[in-house]
Design a binder for this molecule. Structure first.
Ligand SMILES: [Ca+2]
Ligand SMILES: [Ca+2]
Ligand SMILES: [Ca+2]
Length: 310
């Protein structure tokens, strides 16, 4: 199909380029049942949302070299012809982005060269590509260049920038049996939580305190014994690097062994280079021996809190 308005020389056209664009738009409108389209970006969005667009793209070729006496027009048509559009179709997740792209010209095989942050990554003949292996919470840019069967390359497409989502953090569960003992109260920073018996685990992650980098903070943990006083160990972890565990260097912050005190005090030192922002603090109290950060079903209790490193 050709741009009929532009070929019809009997029509006096004051702004051929504009009219051709309009025709182009109306073609989209017709196919996609869209009543009013004024801007190219809007059209692209609508096309992407419409699943029939591929069929439409395959049957339509705007390229028309015969209109070579209309430089301005030819330029416009070429632009449409070789326009390469690169669109983010889905929201990215933490390691993956789905890209969708198309060209107007569909005669012969089109190969798409995909560039990530300006560097060639791979080629595909599909009109979409799933980029994997990305880092969480990182911004990337992508553009493509389309190559026809003869090896002609289009100009670079629009560049899209996409930021991957932060990696979802899931912590191991850890809980005790609080029949004989439990964590009764926790104080650190602005946290002052009289938790009582939580059945072996208390999720207090909605309770937060700011802790400054390079600061030393006193933590006070008060046990409760339902009958006789028992010997308890205490451990505190902070997941400084926010990777969902308490196993990294420096994340275990407190070791108090075999205490029968009614209040145990310890110091929590926040490293000067601890990543800022919120993360989890886990406190375990266990009868007689130390708990690991993912231990379950021991005599004692676990409580989780949120600390905001500043
Ligand atoms: Ca408790
Ligand atoms: Ca960690
Ligand atoms: Ca780790």
């Amino acid at each position: 199909m050709k741009c009929k308005y532009c070929e019809d020389r009997s029509v006096v056209i004051r702004d051929e380029e504009a009219l051709c664009k309009r025709h182009y738009y109306s073609f989209y409108s017709e196919k996609l049942n869209i009543t009013e389209l004024e801007e190219v970006p809007k059209i692209k969005e609508e096309v992407i949302l419409n699943k029939e667009y591929t069929k439409f793209m395959n049957t339509f070729d705007f390229y028309n070299d015969s209109i070579n006496n209309q430089n301005k027009l030819k330029k416009t048509l070429r632009k449409f012809n070789i326009a390469v559009n690169l669109i983010k179709l889905k929201n990215p997740i933490y390691y993956m982005i789905f890209l969708l792209f198309f060209t107007i010209k569909m005669s012969g095989q089109i190969t798409y060269e995909i560039y990530q942050d300006g560097v060639y990554k791979t080629s595909t003949t599909n009109t979409n590509y799933t980029v994997t292996g990305l880092q969480p919470a990182t911004t990337y840019s992508f553009h493509i260049i389309s190559v026809d069967a003869a090896g002609n390359k289009s100009p670079a497409s629009n560049i899209i920038t996409v930021t991957t989502l932060p990696k979802p953090v899931v912590y191991c569960s850890s809980y005790g049996k609080s029949t004989k003992e439990c964590i009764n109260k926790v104080q650190i920073g602005t946290i002052n939580n009289y938790s009582g018996n939580n059945g072996g685990y208390g999720n207090f992650t909605t309770i937060k305190t700011d802790l400054l980098r390079n600061s030393t903070n006193t933590i006070s943990i008060s046990p409760y014994w339902s009958s006789s006083t028992l010997s308890e160990t205490y451990r505190v972890w902070i997941d400084f690097n926010k990777d969902g565990d308490f196993l990294d260097n420096g994340e275990q912050l407190l070791n108090i062994n075999k205490s029968k005190l009614t209040v145990v005090n310890g110091s929590i030192k926040i490293p000067s280079l601890a990543p800022i922002g919120e993360t989890r603090m886990r406190i375990s109290m266990k009868y007689n021996t130390f708990a690991s950060s993912c231990e379950t079903l021991f005599n004692g209790e676990v409580e989780d809190y949120t600390v905001n490193i500043k």
